[in-house]
Design a protein around this ligand. Structure first.
Ligand code: GLY
Length: 383
């Protein structure tokens, strides 16, 4: 494991996503947003840029970016969207594509996705479609986007059938992960993003998970060295997997640990504030460990360690932890999961575990086993 805590302040760490002619760097550091136009210009040339962001991010971070681009004569325009998962829709995609064309975005232009996963996924999809594909730069402003969604080129919108069911693979040309901007995130959103970092430890890097167990307090306090290590190790873990399996025909599926259950819970809760994506994934990860334990694959101690750590980070770990009513029911969750992108020949794909840091892809669990398992997990903790 690289020691990212040793990176000196003021110097960005760089992770290369090695995809031959589509390779790019993820820069991780503080103060990157203030220098974004210059960093982008130095790496990608003096292209004119369109910015896509949301109202919340715009309030904190848009003005310096816009004015520096304007000073350089490279600002084409800005699209400010409504925050939240409902923005990942066909309607928002159509309107965004048209607005980028109205601004005069050409093949050589650049689109900057300034925001979290919603902005990154939608902007990446628009960038892959407008003029049959233009370059885009991810400037992730949430922990979730910095450790996961801004890297790897997945783009997408949601439909009534489920999350991210319409999308493309379109790699960014550069990612600027400014860990300084995380200070403006609400604590709940920070914790929800943290799950995606813990996921890298749980799926393939037991030493990183041990580091997280010891260093969560420093991460929660947003100490620079701890955050650099958290984001750097996660991005390196993802970059290595994406370089080997860009379009998710094999190993990349491991990154969906906890997501089959998590997406179903999130869709069932209506993509609402009742359950954030990362919170749904935290419960989903615990369910994946519990199902693995029932199948005799993993021991009770590992399951207890995972649940204890996620709970210590202030995350829900059981279906019963979802606030409010009504409870989900197993049949509904199964119907939602049947739309999962990983369904092949009608069989669900689950990411199961043989231990912490030892995840694998399984297509051997029957729908009946999963439904029975879920029904029992839903019952746990209900009076
Ligand atoms: N977030 C999972 C992936 O990018 O493959």
């Amino acid at each position: 494991m690289t020691d990212w805590t040793a990176i000196p302040p003021g110097e960005p760490a760089a992770v290369r996503v090695g995809l031959e002619q589509r390779c790019y760097d993820v820069l991780i550091g503080t103060g990157l947003l203030a220098h974004a136009p210059d960093l982008i210009g130095a790496r990608l040339g003096p292209a004119r840029c369109a910015i896509v962001t949301d109202e919340n991010v715009a309030a904190h971070h848009l003005t310096p970016l816009e004015s520096r681009l304007a000073t350089l004569g490279r600002h084409m325009g800005t699209v400010v969207l409504r925050p939240g998962e409902t923005t990942k829709s066909f309607a928002a995609l159509a309107s965004l594509c048209e607005r980028l064309l109205e601004m005069g975005l050409e093949r050589g232009g650049l689109v900057l996705a300034l925001g979290g996963g919603v902005i990154g996924d939608l902007t990446g999809l628009a960038a892959s479609l407008v003029r049959r594909g233009v370059r885009f730069v991810q400037v992730p402003t949430t922990l979730l986007a910095q450790v996961d969604s801004s890297v790897g080129g997945k783009t997408g919108i949601n439909t009534s059938q489920g999350k991210n069911l319409v999308g493309t693979f379109h790699q960014p040309s550069l990612v600027l992960a400014d860990i300084g901007v995380l200070a403006s995130l609400p604590a709940r959103e920070f914790r929800a993003g943290y799950v995606e970092a813990a996921k890298y430890g749980l799926l393939g890097d037991a030493a990183f998970f041990r580091w997280l167990e010891r260093n969560w307090p420093a991460v929660a306090a947003q100490e620079r060295a701890a955050l650099t290590h958290l984001v750097g190790t996660s991005v390196q873990g993802k970059a290595d997997i994406v370089a080997r399996d860009e379009t998710e025909v094999g190993e990349r599926m491991l990154l969906n640990l906890g997501h089959t259950f998590g997406h179903a819970l999130e869709a069932w809760a209506g993509y609402s504030d009742r359950l954030l994506h990362g919170e749904a994934v935290a419960i989903g990860i615990c369910l994946a460990f519990e199902l693995s334990r029932e199948l005799g694959l993993v021991d009770e101690t590992s399951l207890a360690r995972v649940a204890a750590h996620l709970a210590a980070a202030g995350l829900p770990t059981r279906i019963a932890d979802i606030p409010g009513a009504p409870d989900p029911d197993a049949a509904t969750l199964m119907r939602i999961m049947a739309q999962d992108k990983k369904v092949r020949d009608g069989r669900l794909t689950f990411i199961l575990v043989r231990g912490i840091g030892a995840a694998f892809v399984s297509r051997d669990v029957s729908a009946a086993t999963v439904q029975d398992f879920l029904a029992r997990r839903i019952a746990v903790g209900r009076g």
